[in-house]
Design a protein around this ligand. Structure first.
Ligand code: SF4
Length: 77
């Protein structure tokens, strides 16, 4: 697992459940429209952020390893 992750939320998909922000409060914030945003586009690899992506009910969170460009979530087939 790389040290730096690029994290994105597909706002057309996010339903604003808030699950990601409660699972990884250092990784995600909800705005006033209850849309999730990564706190920063790039962040240190952390288990809670991966858990948030895995737990998102609509798979709106995309994590890419910065160095390799490898898709960590959703995983490549
Ligand atoms: S868990 Fe998914 S649907 Fe819920 S706020 Fe986060 S990105 Fe949006």
């Amino acid at each position: 697992m790389g040290d730096r992750w690029q994290v994105a939320v597909d706002r057309g998909v996010c339903i604003g459940s808030g699950l990601c922000a409660s699972t990884a409060p250092e990784g995600f914030r909800l705005d006033s429209a209850r849309q999730s945003h990564p706190v920063t586009d790039e962040m240190a690899a952390q288990e809670a952020v991966l858990a948030a992506a895995e737990g998102c009910p609509v798979e709106a969170i995309v994590i890419t390893e910065v160095d390799s460009g490898e898709a960590l979530f959703p995983p490549e087939e």
